[in-house]
Write a protein of this length. Structure first.
Ligand code: NA7
Length: 546
């Protein structure tokens, strides 16, 4: 029986909901939430803007897109049968494989019958009388529900650079997160890539393989480290499948749910030789180890951070033949690891190719996009293709693009004007019965691990509400204040928060996002879970339930 039908407020007219729950987004969180809602017996629909499932892995089909986390630590952990059925082909799987995987999940659980594709949500309005939400799609249709669950991703609102003339270009151009389905042939083409974040790096190293000529427009260099990807052998496959419980147990124990965990030693507690040997080992190892498995003080001690930055700078100088180009590729304004570290495969070697040019936008800024290419302060560059790898309005951008209004018509965008305030990234006071999966201030890191935790937490709350005949859940302002104090305390002393990046809520291409905020939870995943588990164990006293 559906919750809407069974749990009406005593004495009040029976609310007419179309669905018990509406989920926005059919990415990894939306799909898993739908499975859990069905298990609870709730009637749910998922509205998805795209034409297929997959979210991030549906939209980001740019050349070279792939995991930077080990494939077998990334998939869903909740279905032991699926874990045995699915075989990842590489240690860090490419995007088409991940999209196939998510489609397989949708098939296995017959999820598509509850997903409405090509359905972009424009607005959501809380209805105080009905204790529910009315969701409005871009086509103007309205859909009423008791619970609104946002599964709209952390990096899902792409941003274009604020450069004049973008619309005037006569060649082909795409944002990496809006890449066409048809394969793009770069052979013999003059290609530009703007942006050198994790996406730009993956794109550049792939496009450079076939482009006639590639010009990279770099405004800020990033500290990149080798991915060391390779196929999974049959023997490894067997071992992986036999050790899934252990793999996921380890993910639950580490700081960011990756398979890597910080070294308990401080940088200067070992000799320079030991340090160098440790870093050489990390640099030669696959994945994020060099970032999240480094000395414990790498992101809190300036001198320690300088040492590892110098180590990586030496590597860049060794790998890039032209010393002037190498210097341009070495970040000077932020230390290693203080921004998301792009993982790469022969990225630096790309700049040794005769058909690749690096343009430093700090020396020669882009002035405008022209019908034939890009004009900088120094030159006119002509292109057939321009690729915008210019990132996302992260964390809150996807929320800002929906007109979400809570009690008294208050807009979420307005509420968050001075920075997002949440309860554990899942609830907002003033927005009852709205639950966010991966909202601002959830533990990020290895994202599917956070998704599963968030979905399970929300599902447990819904079960609790049903068992107690409750139809209203709202974060208490004092609980939000306590959580925010914890979020602030976790950020203290971290070099990461002294740097502009999507992790500190800065995007120079978005109005009002020029100053740093603590938009990301910087504590450990175990600490995050302990906090949320305590809320549930205490009977959800952090929430007003009715
Ligand atoms: P990022 O990491 O935000 O990178 C965006 C890049 O685009 C970055 O290098 C920007 O330079 C650059 N950019 C943005 N606007 C401009 C203009 N106007 N001119 C030149 N360059 C510009 O986004 P990604 O998509 O690479 O990665 C996002 C996350 O997705 C990543 O961390 C992974 O976790 C997955 P800037 O640094 O602002 O100078």
């Amino acid at each position: 029986m559906s919750l809407a039908a069974s749990d009406q407020v005593a004495g009040a007219p029976r609310p007419r909901f179309d669905h018990d729950a509406i989920v926005i987004g059919a990415g990894m969180s939306g799909l898993y939430q739908l499975i859990r809602l069905r298990e609870l017996g709730l009637g749910a629909v998922v509205f998805e803007a795209g034409t297929g499932v997959g979210g991030t892995w549906y939209w980001n089909r740019y050349p070279g897109a792939r995991f930077d986390s080990e494939s077998y630590s990334y998939g869903y952990s909740f279905d032991p049968e699926l874990l045995q059925e699915w075989s990842w082909s590489e240690h860090f799987a490419p995007q088409p494989e991940t999209l196939r995987y998510l489609n397989r999940v949708a098939d296995k659980y017959d999820l598509r019958r509850d997903i409405r594709f090509r359905s972009r949500v424009a607005a959501a309005q809380y209805d105080e009388v009905a204790r529910g939400w009315t969701v409005t799609l871009e086509d103007g249709s309205h859909h009423a529900c008791r619970f609104l669950i946002t599964a709209i991703g952390v990096l899902s609102a792409p941003t274009w650079p604020r450069i004049e003339g973008i619309g005037s270009f006569r060649g082909q151009s795409w944002h990496t997160a809006r890449w066409p389905r048809e394969p793009v042939d770069f052979a013999g083409k003059r290609v530009a890539v703007i942006g050198t974040g994790a996406t730009g790096v993956q794109t550049i190293q792939e496009v450079a393989k076939t482009a006639g000529h590639l010009t990279v427009f770099q405004r800020t260099p990033n500290w990149c480290a080798p991915l060391h990807n390779r196929p999974i052998t049959e023997e490894e496959q067997r071992r992986i499948k036999a050790s899934y419980p252990e793999i996921f147990r380890r993910c639950q124990e580490t700081f960011s749910c990756f398979l890597h965990t910080p070294d308990p030693r401080g940088t200067f507690e070992v000799t320079p030789e030991e340090r160098e040997a440790f870093w050489e080992r990390l640099y030669a190892s696959p994945g994020f180890g060099i970032w999240v498995g480094n000395f414990r003080d790498m992101l809190t001690d300036r001198a320690a951070n300088r040492e590892i930055s110098e180590f990586i700078a030496r590597k860049i100088r060794q790998r890039v033949k032209d010393p002037a180009v190498a210097e341009k590729l070495i970040p000077k304004c932020h230390g290693f690891g203080t921004k998301r570290v792009p993982l790469e495969t022969n990225y630096y070697e790309v700049y040794n190719q005769p058909n690749v040019l690096l343009v430093d936008c700090r020396e020669t800024p882009i002035e405008r996009i022209t019908p034939t290419g890009i004009r900088t302060s120094e030159a006119e560059h002509e292109f057939d293709i321009i690729i915008y790898a210019t990132g996302f309005d992260a964390l809150t951008g996807a929320f800002d693009r929906i007109d979400i209004r809570g009690r008294d018509g208050l807009a979420l965008k307005e509420k968050w004007a001075g920075g997002a305030r949440t309860l554990a990234g899942m609830l907002v006071d003033g927005f009852p019965n709205m639950f966010m999966l991966l909202g601002p201030h959830t533990a990020l890191g290895n994202i599917p691990r956070s998704i599963e935790y968030n979905v399970d937490w929300v599902t447990a709350l819904l079960r609790h509400m049903r068992e107690h005949h409750l139809t209203f859940a709202e974060a208490r302002p004092e609980a939000v204040a306590a959580w925010m104090a914890h979020v602030m305390a976790c950020a203290e002393g971290l070099l990461t928060f002294e740097v502009d990046s999507w992790m500190t809520g800065v995007n120079r291409n978005v109005e009002g996002k020029q100053t740093r905020t603590i938009a990301r939870y910087a504590g450990s995943a175990p600490a995050y879970r302990a906090w949320c588990d305590a809320v549930a164990a205490e009977g959800y006293r952090a929430l007003t339930l009715a």
